[in-house]
Design a protein around this ligand. Sequence first.
Ligand SMILES: NC(=O)c1ccc[n+]([C@@H]2O[C@H](COP(=O)([O-])OP(=O)(O)OC[C@H]3O[C@@H](n4cnc5c(N)ncnc54)[C@H](OP(=O)(O)O)[C@@H]3O)[C@@H](O)[C@H]2O)c1
Length: 284
Amino acid sequence: MTRVLLLGGSGQLGTAIAEGWTDCEIVAPSHDELPIEQSERLAEYLTTTRPDVLVNAAAFHDVDRCEDEEETALEVNAFSVGRAARLAAQRDVLFVTISTDYVFDGMKGSPYLESDSPNPLSFYGASKLAGERLVEAAGGRAFVVRTCGVYGSSRSASRRGTFVDRILAAGESGEPVRVVADVVASPTFAGDLAVALRKLIGTAAYGLYHAAAAGPVSWYEFAREAVRQARAEFAIEPIVAEQWKARAIRPRYSALDSAKLGQLGIGMPSWREGIAAYLAPRNS
Ligand SMILES: NC(=O)c1ccc[n+]([C@@H]2O[C@H](COP(=O)([O-])OP(=O)(O)OC[C@H]3O[C@@H](n4cnc5c(N)ncnc54)[C@H](OP(=O)(O)O)[C@@H]3O)[C@@H](O)[C@H]2O)c1
């Protein structure tokens, strides 16, 4: 049985991995038990648990806070990830880490490929890109997987519900719901990402991959479809990005093309299918 040491196990992706990788033996220390910054502690965990795979689903990804807390962003998203990759490489442990669509500036206007040049607009994006580069420099067997707009259930106390939950809660309580119509992404259900990652680690095709829901969609369209599938009835007002004030600059177009993953026979479900899978417990 594949033994996995999982960082960020209480987060959206971590929860989907912990629940979905039923053919693996998973050790998932909490953030408090094993902060990724504490490399000596991570080394001890690697020695005692002797995993086949180290999965890093932990990150500092409050995009706006990263603008003001640059040191923490760099430490958690870059330096610690690089050290974790080196520790894994020294032990010949497969390393998997997750990166982001925010490494791109959005100017391409069509789904991004792994071969497209990154140009992050935010400190979060820059810190994640630095993490990618440090993993590459560590030289071991590794997968760096960029994803986009992740939503899924989470055991983390620090998460405030998903985009879908917030839209439904606001609309059902009668609050006006406004969503940007000129920002396009590939919102990805964490369960679908976990399935793809499980298949990917079964291959030896190490490297950089995009893994996001198939089909670009604006957040407005995505929200409307979520409301439709939840059988809720309220209107959503489309707004433009300028009306949504935020500290960090975000790309206007950051859909990812997962064709490279597809070439391994690992397909990503569409964003509509992702919503259906996420809402299945509520709709059943
Ligand atoms: N969410 C998105 O829209 C999105 C988009 C693109 C890429 N990504 C990437 O996808 C990955 C998974 O994201 P997610 O949405 O599942 O995140 P999440 O729900 O916020 O979970 C993050 C997890 O990491 C833990 N964590 C945070 N800081 C840590 C640290 N310093 N040391 C150890 N653990 C720490 C958290 O624990 P506590 O909650 O206990 O602190 C939580 O378990 C991340 O790499 C993220 O950058 C996410």
